[in-house]
Design a binder for this molecule. Structure first.
Ligand code: MG
Length: 220
């Protein structure tokens, strides 16, 4: 079972749902030639997709185009349903950086056929997750710079103030559909600059001065 340690909370939280938001930055929607959604677009990943810093993203043999998407991740700390936006922050235990790895070729085929994205998004190791920073140390989740370097070269840089739906709105909206539970993770969408990764690459995802999430890329 995957667990997530939040500094200040004695017992690690069992990881529950991985809620992921698509197209939450205008410039990323534009680079995907996708329309900006009118309400948050949600998909799910299994907890078995998590890999921690120091681990490896494994390229599945069935894809030839696996992309990086660096994202702010919200760690839920308190159960809630139909959470009002103004109370959303009280349900957040912490924040971290994550990568929403995506088999872009499989996703494109799924989009064409109107199929779900579960395969394109859900492979083992497709949800790298950093170390958690307690919410108390993050007064404003919409004032964060999110970065990804590959082999030392900057590849993505975005600011959470550019989110179409900010964190409180996402927590509130998700809680109208799913009961949110401690250990649920919310991947909040990627800024622009997504692109392919290759065997041997070293990915370094970071937000502000939080611990860097470092994973390498391996062939299956
Ligand atoms: Mg994403």
């Amino acid at each position: 079972m995957q667990t997530v340690l939040v500094p200040g909370i004695e017992t690690p939280l069992p990881v529950g749902k991985l809620l992921c938001i698509g197209r939450n930055y205008e410039k990323h929607a534009a680079e995907m030639r996708s329309a900006v959604p009118e309400e948050p677009m949600i998909f799910l990943k299994p907890s078995t997709a998590i890999v921690r810093s120091g681990g490896s993203v494994v390229l599945p043999t069935v894809s030839r185009d696996v992309h990086h998407e660096v994202e702010l991740v919200v760690v839920i700390g308190r159960t809630g349903r139909n959470i009002p936006e103004r109370e959303a922050a009280s349900h957040v235990a912490g924040y971290t950086v994550g990568l929403d790895m995506t088999a872009r070729d499989l996703q494109a085929r799924a989009k064409e056929k109107g199929h779900p994205w579960s395969v394109a998004k859900g492979f083992d190791t497709f949800a790298p997750l950093g170390d958690v920073v307690p919410a108390a140390q993050v007064p404003d989740p919409s004032a964060l710079t999110v970065r990804l370097r590959i082999n030392g070269v900057p590849r993505q840089e975005g600011h959470t103030s550019d989110m179409i739906f900010p964190v409180a709105r996402l927590v509130a909206y998700c809680s109208t559909i799913f009961t949110l539970e401690p250990g649920d993770l919310l991947y909040t969408g990627t800024p622009e600059g997504v692109g392919p990764v290759r065997e041997g690459d070293v990915l370094e995802a970071s937000i502000e001065d939080w611990p860097v999430l470092r994973v390498d890329v391996r062939a299956a």
